[in-house]
Write a new protein. Structure first.
Length: 275
């Protein structure tokens, strides 16, 4: 059997991120051949991934950032099984490296992002490798991209919640931060009333009417009450009509117009893991 040197084990560990003993065993099995050892470790990762495919990966890291020209904002969610792994520096660094690639390459969707290279392999393949290293299911579940005249990103401390937003005008970073923090805190479902899907409107009207009837109101009055509750729903659930969290005397729209009468939000995304 080929004698395996500690320096070779360390080299393989640096290349793959695998544990010391796993690297030593892979080198022993491959008689010191690095390429074969790397394949052995990848197959181990695939085996672990297959075994844990049905596990729930509900923990993880939610990260977001913008491009240097501020025209693009991206957000990714890299999931794992436990909070212990989610807080691990190597796991967060891996998630950050995926986000960096997303910002640099601007893939169209999640599947396109997974096919991009990270080192000598695809992101999809490296996730399988990391599953073998960590021993938990690792999954890239979310990728969102916004392109606009100006974009801003926000990550809540702890990497469990992030939001991104696009604007129709160039905005100062502090103003943009106010809006993405508003999105993170208040979780709007749409930018404005006109952007709310009709199905959601119909559902709110139905719920409002049913509640009023259960309170003893007749059908006509119940319908009027439901419309009133819908108006409240729009104020609470659409970004531009929400009370601004830094000054509840004005709406988000009024705050933006105080900066520039034509300034508005063109798109936003928000994602939160259970906090």
């Amino acid at each position: 059997m080929t004698q395996i040197k500690a320096a070779d084990v360390q080299k393989l560990r640096t290349i793959t991120g695998s544990g010391m003993m796993d690297c030593k065993k892979a080198l022993e099995e491959s008689n010191g051949d690095f390429d074969t050892a790397i394949d052995i470790l990848r197959k181990k990762g695939q085996k672990v991934a297959n075994k844990r495919a049905d596990r729930e990966a509900s923990e993880g890291a939610v990260l977001a950032n913008i491009s240097k020209d501020r025209k693009h904002a991206a957000m990714i969610v890299l999931n794992c099984e436990t909070d212990f792994v989610a807080k691990n520096e190597n796991f967060v660094a891996f998630a950050q490296s995926i986000l960096n690639i997303a910002i640099a390459e601007l893939p169209a969707d999640l599947e396109a992002l997974k096919k991009l290279k990270i080192g000598s392999v695809t992101i999809e393949e490296e996730i399988i490798n990391r599953t073998g290293v960590i021993g938990e299911k690792v999954e890239l579940s979310v990728y969102s991209l916004i392109t606009a005249e100006s974009t801003v990103a926000y990550i809540h401390p702890g990497n469990k919640l992030a939001s991104i937003a696009g604007f129709n005008k160039v905005v100062e970073e502090s103003i943009g931060k106010d809006i993405v923090m508003q999105i993170a805190a208040m979780s709007p479902i749409a930018i404005d009333q006109s952007d709310v899907p009709q199905a959601d409107i119909d559902k709110e009207l139905e719920i409002g009417k049913e509640l009023a009837i259960n309170e003893g109101k007749d059908a006509k009055m119940a319908e009027n009450i439901a419309k009133g509750r819908l108006s409240k729903f729009f104020k609470e659930s659409t970004l531009l009509n929400q009370q601004f969290i830094k000054d509840n005397k004005v709406t988000v729209k009024e705050y933006l117009h105080s900066v520039n009468k034509e300034l508005t939000v063109t798109a936003f995304k928000r994602f939160s893991l259970s906090l």
